[in-house]
Design a protein around this ligand. Structure first.
Ligand code: CFM
Length: 502
């Protein structure tokens, strides 16, 4: 495929020595899959189900991020409503802070949320409205926590910048606000799990069976107060490294909570992650219970897996999505014997491709400098390291990895294509050339791919299916992929342009 020179640097093969160029502005006019920084902040925060998320900006921005992602909640559903200041010419000229304050008052009077988050869109930054000043004023006036995010869409090169801004704001304004102790020997927070398709419900089910207490999920199926209390958990485990690694690092620096990466996508990966959590706590009873749960749950998975694999082994998949799922879902495909022949992220950084070992070599430049980097020190009174530096080092010596993420490429077969920030044009060429048995992407591509007679599974919204996490999720996914690849409708229909003219 002929590629622009700029794009060639963003295409590598797994195992190649050359670093993948990523986290850079998209080639102008190339129509990639990316969204904006405002969207990225909403991704991290809006699943908090009892908080009110107020978008300060034009109505289109609010509509764009209104529940299309499908984060579920088993309790309050406030996150599923859309709140917006609907700023127009008048506010653009004279300022919109008064309108924002009034919107807070109205929303509070109507719905009595636990907290209110204020989100800045592009025009808000351009006209200079101070959402933080309004937040302070409203916090005092309404008596609940109100906090703002300077997540104007133009910041950074993709939604990834918005993740960072959201992490900073949540850390500064919410984490640590509720000092009620957590009275449980095995308490954890699950970071970077947003309960799309009920994934968090399935993970909660498994953790409960194991006797592991979940304090807060950031931020699927969670309430404001859980996050406010999360600094009292004993461990942080990270699902989506891209969107929330900042939070894990900051919580470790301020409160002494160690973290490591887990993956609950894939039955074997789920088992592995549970074992790692059990290993961290080092309690015999917990380990035995975790092993019993794994044995029990895997027994139900393997028969379905073997049946599906008998049809799908050797088939090929391509995955182009986000900053984490293009990696995680490769585990599910390999569990049924399928190969991922090409994959890439929309907005990942080099560590998501090559592993955290490359972090020291990543240079901060003009594209990333505008995101505030918080310098966190230990909390004067509440810093309590869950493991001493000696214990951390001793565990590491035995092969236990803290703060680990090896990235997508370490798991891919040598020579497999890795493409960052793929464009729509490239995607069509790729499919026409390699004819994968299934393509994983999002709604922007789905129907074009389907029209090429290749089944397309949306890995953002799951096509409103799921859950796909955990053990039940793995079974669901195998069956769904089996159904999609097995369907013969496209082979039975001949499109008009292939039919002979009368
Ligand atoms: Fe993390 Fe996500 Fe993803 Fe993401 Fe997203 Fe998402 Fe995603 Mo869509 S937080 S990086 S910004 S796992 S919304 S739930 S599916 S692109 S791969």
């Amino acid at each position: 495929m002929d590629l622009l020179d700029d794009r060639k640097r963003q295409v590598v093969t797994a195992g190649e020595a050359r670093a993948v160029v990523c986290d850079r502005p998209s080639v102008a006019g190339s129509v990639t899959q990316r969204a904006c920084s405002f969207c990225g902040s909403r991704v991290v925060l809006y699943p908090i189900a009892d908080a009110l998320h107020l978008v300060h900006g034009p109505v289109g921005c609010a509509a764009y991020t209104w529940d299309i992602r499908g984060a579920q909640s088993s309790g309050p559903q406030l996150h599923r409503l859309s709140f917006n200041t609907d700023i127009r010419e008048e506010e653009v000229i004279f300022g919109g802070e008064k309108k924002l304050a009034q919107a807070c008052r109205e929303a509070y009077a109507l719905l009595k949320p636990t907290a209110i988050g204020l989100y800045s869109t592009c025009p808000v930054g351009l006209i200079g409205d101070d959402v933080h000043a309004v937040a302070r004023q409203m916090k005092e006036e309404l008596g609940i926590n109100v906090f703002g995010f300077s997540c104007e869409g133009y910041k950074g090169v993709s939604q990834s910048a918005g993740h960072h801004i959201a992490n900073n704001g949540l850390f500064k304004n919410v984490v640590g606000e509720n000092d009620t102790p957590v009275d449980h020997p095995f308490s954890i927070n699950l970071l970077g799990e947003y309960n799309i398709g009920g994934d968090a419900f399935e993970i909660e089910r498994i953790l409960e069976l194991c006797g592991i207490h979940l304090v807060a999920t950031f931020s699927g199926n969670v309430k404001y107060d859980d996050i406010a209390q999360s600094h009292n958990a004993k461990l942080n485990v990270v699902m989506c490294h891209r969107s929330i690694n900042y939070m894990a690092e900051m919580m470790e620096s301020k409160f002494g909570i160690p973290w490591f990466k887990v993956n609950f996508i894939g039955a074997d990966s789920t088992a592995k992650s549970l074992r790692k959590i059990a290993e961290y706590f080092g309690n015999e009873d917990l380990t035995a219970r975790v092993e019993a749960v794994i044995a029990d749950e895997l027994a139900k998975v393997v028969s379905v897996r073997a049946d599906v694999a008998s049809r799908l082994a050797g088939k090929t998949a391509m995955l182009f999505v986000g900053g984490s799922r293009a990696h995680h879902y490769q585990d599910l495909f390999s569990e049924v014997g399928m190969t991922s022949v090409a994959a890439g992220y929309e907005f990942a950084h080099r560590d998501d491709y090559e592993g955290r070992r490359v972090l020291p070599t990543i240079k901060v430049d003009a594209d990333t400098r505008n995101i505030e980097e918080l310098h966190i020190t230990a909390d004067d009174t509440r810093y309590s390291p869950r493991r001493t530096p000696e214990e951390l080092a001793a565990a590491e010596k035995k092969g236990f990895n803290w703060r680990d993420y090896d990235g997508m490429m370490s798991q891919m077969k040598k020579g497999t294509l890795v493409i960052d920030d793929i464009s729509h044009f490239e995607m069509e060429k790729l499919i026409a050339t390699y004819k994968p048995d299934i393509f994983c992407s999002g709604v922007k591509d789905k129907y074009v791919v389907e029209k090429m007679c290749v089944p397309c599974k949306q890995l953002h919204s799951y096509d409103y299916g799921g859950p796909y996490a955990g053990f039940i999720g793995a079974t669901n996914f195998y069956q769904e992929i089996d159904r999609m690849i097995g369907k013969r409708i496209s082979k039975l229909i001949s499109p008009p342009w292939k039919q002979q003219s009368a």
